[in-house]
Write a protein that binds this ligand. Sequence first.
Ligand SMILES: C[C@@H](C(=O)O)C(=O)SCCNC(=O)CCNC(=O)[C@H](O)C(C)(C)COP(=O)(O)OP(=O)(O)OC[C@H]1O[C@@H](n2cnc3c(N)ncnc32)[C@H](O)[C@@H]1OP(=O)(O)O
Ligand SMILES: [Co+2]
Length: 136
Amino acid sequence: MNLKNIDHIGIAVTNLQESLSFWETSLGIEPHSIEEVAEQKLRTAFLPVDGTEIELLEPTSADSSVAKFIEKHGEGLHHIAIRVDDIEAALAELKAKGIQLIDETPRNGAGGARIAFVHPRATHGVLLELCERKQK
Ligand SMILES: C[C@@H](C(=O)O)C(=O)SCCNC(=O)CCNC(=O)[C@H](O)C(C)(C)COP(=O)(O)OP(=O)(O)OC[C@H]1O[C@@H](n2cnc3c(N)ncnc32)[C@H](O)[C@@H]1OP(=O)(O)O
Ligand SMILES: [Co+2]
């Protein structure tokens, strides 16, 4: 499988503005994009950190998976995203190996990315996102 860099690290937050103000005022990192991703029922902000990014995730609905996560675990680290060249090929390879996938076909992510998740049970406790994007 042709894995690239850690594309981003997702952090679940209850209030995007308050969380952003920490990253901006304390660390001096500005978001390069803030976007609502309707399909995932959330709003995201992407903050660049030397070749990778922090993705803040604020749920926009009580039945969003991020809302459920915060309800159970509180705010905090939610997923790690690894960039791949060819997401269909990566998913086919994992499926052939019998790995438990959440998405067998890609969904729409932020910034035009195509994304798919591997179940935390398969990865020993980490929600893993595969992410294909044209450019960054
Ligand atoms: C915008 C986009 C982008 O980057 O472009 C994004 O990032 S979207 C990011 C937000 N979207 C997503 O996360 C979509 C994919 N996620 C999902 O489908 C769901 O959240 C699941 C991961 C399947 C969890 O579903 P649900 O909460 O209904 O199940 P559950 O609570 O019974 O959890 C099943 C088991 O997984 C664990 N679990 C749940 N969420 C976890 C997480 N984020 N990291 C690690 N473990 C996690 C639970 O503790 C539980 O463990 P035990 O079995 O040991 O009790
Ligand atoms: Co993500």
